[in-house]
Design a binder for this molecule. Structure first.
Ligand code: GLC
Length: 437
C-alpha cells in the first residue's frame, strides 16, 4: 500500500492543476491528455462492484450487456439502477445524489445536455482522452462530452429526431412523404379523406412540460430558420423566424392537427399512440423503430411505417436537436478504475453494434453507419447520420436546468394559450439573456 500515498499525492497535485486550469478560462490547451494547458486527467482508482444509474432500459439490452460484463468480471460486477422515465427526473435524482456526495451511483448515463453543469460542479471526473479512440466517433457526439476542452464522458448512443410516417396510408392517399410543414398538413387532409384515415391524428411529438418540449420547441424554431442562441451562445429567440416556428405548433394544436392529448406526451406516451395506429406522423427518436416494428402484437404498425428527415420551411430539410447519452463517472464513486473499463466495454464497437441491433438507437461510432448488413436491417441509417451531423446542439450552459425550465415555461404557455407566442418569446429572450450571461 506504499504507493497509495503517492497516488493520493498525484491526485492532489492533479486537483490543484485542475483548479488552476479552470481558473484561467480560455487558457485553452489542446484538450488532449498531456497537451497544452490541459494536463493529464487525474488517475482513476479503485476496483470492485459498481452501479450504472440510467433511464429506463426499454429494450432490456443494457441489462444484457451488463450481464455480459459481469460474466467476465466476477469481482467487478455492475448493477443497473433505473431512474425515472423523463430526462428531467433522471437529472434531478443524479444531482440530489451528488449534492450529498453519495457513492450510490458509479457510472452515470447522462443526457448530452448535462455535461457543462455536471463538469463545472465537479460532480463527474475528467476522463483520460488518450484511452478512447474518439477519432472513430461522430464529432458532434464527442463535442457533447467535453467541457472547456476536457473530456468528462464518452458517447454511448446519439439521437436525432426523425419524422415517422405511416407509409401504408400515404401510399393509399397517393402522397409522398412531406418535406415541409405545409406538405405535411395537406398530406394529412388527404389521408383523413380516406375511410381508414377518418379518425387518425395528424401529428405527434413530445409536448409535456419537460426536456422533450425543449427539444420539440428548438426543432420547430431551427426548422423555421430561427435559433435559440447564436454561434457565440447569445440568445436569439425573439425573432420573426422563431415565432414562425413556435406558431406552427401553436396553430397545430389550435387547428386540431396535433391532437389535444399530445400536450401530455413524453416519448413513451407518443410511442404507444403511434404503435396503436392513432397517429399519421410522429416526431420521435430512432429507438421507436425497433419497438414499433415488433410483431409480437405490441405494435399495430409493424411494417407499415417509415422515417424521413424532419420537415423544413421549404429551403431544405428540418433541423433536429442533437440528442444522445454519454457515460460519465461520478466524482463520489468508489471504484473508478473499474468504471473506466466498464465504459470502454460499453462503447466498444461490439457493444454499439449489439445496442443498435437490439434497440435501434443511433451508434456513436461512425463506421457502423457504413456497414452493409446494418443498412439492410436499418434502412434509415443514412438519413439518421445526416440528421445527426446537421443537428443543432441545445445551449451549452452550466445553469442548464434553469435554461431548459425557461424554455419549457415559454413553449408550454404558448401551446396552452396562456400567453401569445410573441410575449412568451420576448420574456424567454430576457430570461435567457440573464442565464447565459
Ligand atoms: C432523448 C435524447 C436526449 C433528450 C431527451 C428528451 O433521451 O437522447 O438528448 O434530452 O430524449 O426527452
Amino acid at each position: 500500500m506504499a504507493h497509495k500515498t503517492t497516488l493520493r499525492l498525484t491526485a492532489l497535485v492533479s486537483a490543484v492543476l485542475l483548479l488552476t486550469a479552470c481558473g484561467s478560462e480560455g487558457s485553452g490547451g489542446s484538450g488532449a491528455t498531456g497537451g497544452g494547458g490541459g494536463g493529464a486527467a487525474p488517475a482513476l482508482e479503485g476496483r470492485g462492484e459498481i452501479t450504472l444509474a440510467t433511464g429506463k432500459d426499454t429494450s432490456n439490452n443494457m441489462q444484457k450487456l451488463a450481464e455480459e460484463w459481469n460474466a467476465g468480471h466476477p469481482n467487478e460486477k455492475v448493477r443497473l439502477v433505473e431512474l425515472p422515465d423523463s430526462a428531467d427526473g433522471q437529472r434531478q435524482q443524479m444531482i440530489q445524489n451528488a449534492q450529498v456526495k453519495s457513492d450510490a451511483y458509479t457510472v452515470l448515463n447522462m443526457d448530452v445536455v448535462w455535461t457543462a453543469e455536471f463538469a463545472a460542479n465537479r460532480w463527474v471526473v475528467e476522463l483520460p482522452r488518450d484511452q478512447f479512440d474518439l477519432n472513430n466517433f461522430l464529432k458532434p457526439a464527442v463535442a457533447t462530452a467535453e467541457y472547456r476542452d476536457k473530456l468528462y464522458a464518452v458517447p454511448v448512443y446519439s439521437d436525432a429526431g426523425l419524422l415517422y410516417y405511416r407509409k401504408d396510408l400515404l401510399e393509399k392517399a397517393g402522397v409522398q412523404p412531406p418535406k415541409t410543414w405545409d406538405e405535411l398538413t395537406s398530406a394529412c387532409q388527404k389521408v383523413k379523406a380516406l375511410p381508414e384515415g377518418a379518425n387518425i391524428g395528424c401529428y405527434g411529438g413530445q409536448f409535456d412540460k419537460y426536456e422533450g418540449l425543449t427539444v420539440n420547441f428548438d426543432e420547430a424554431v431551427n426548422s423555421a430558420g430561427g435559433s435559440i442562441v447564436d454561434e457565440s451562445g447569445k440568445p436569439t429567440v425573439d425573432t420573426p423566424q422563431a415565432k414562425a416556428g413556435l406558431d406552427k405548433l401553436v396553430n397545430g394544436f389550435a387547428g386540431g392537427q396535433i391532437p389535444q392529448k399530445a400536450i401530455t406526451f413524453k416519448e413513451e406516451d407518443g410511442r404507444r399512440a403511434f404503435q396503436a395506429g392513432e397517429l399519421l406522423f410522429m416526431r420521435q427518436w430512432p429507438y421507436q423503430w425497433a419497438l414499433a416494428s415488433k410483431t409480437d402484437g405490441s405494435s399495430q404498425v409493424a411494417g407499415k411505417f417509415d422515417v424521413a428527415p424532419l420537415p423544413g420551411d421549404g429551403s431544405g430539410p428540418g433541423v433536429s436537436s442533437l440528442g444522445g447519452h454519454n457515460f460519465a463517472i461520478s466524482a463520489f464513486a468508489k471504484n473508478k478504475a473499474t468504471a473506466l473499463d466498464f465504459i470502454k466495454f460499453f462503447t466498444s464497437e461490439a457493444a454499439e453494434r449489439s445496442n443498435l441491433l437490439a434497440t435501434s438507437q443511433a451508434p456513436t461510432r461512425a463506421n457502423l453507419y457504413d456497414d452493409a448488413d446494418l443498412n439492410k436491417q436499418f434502412p434509415y441509417l443514412k438519413t439518421l447520420k445526416e440528421s445527426i451531423l446537421s443537428a443543432k446542439p441545445r445551449p451549452k450552459a452550466v445553469r442548464y436546468g434553469d435554461v431548459t425550465s425557461a424554455i419549457q415555461e415559454a413553449a408550454y404557455a404558448a401551446l396552452t394559450k396562456t400567453k401569445d407566442s410573441g410575449t412568451a418569446l420576448k420574456e424567454l429572450q430576457a430570461k435567457l439573456q440573464d442565464l447565459l450571461k
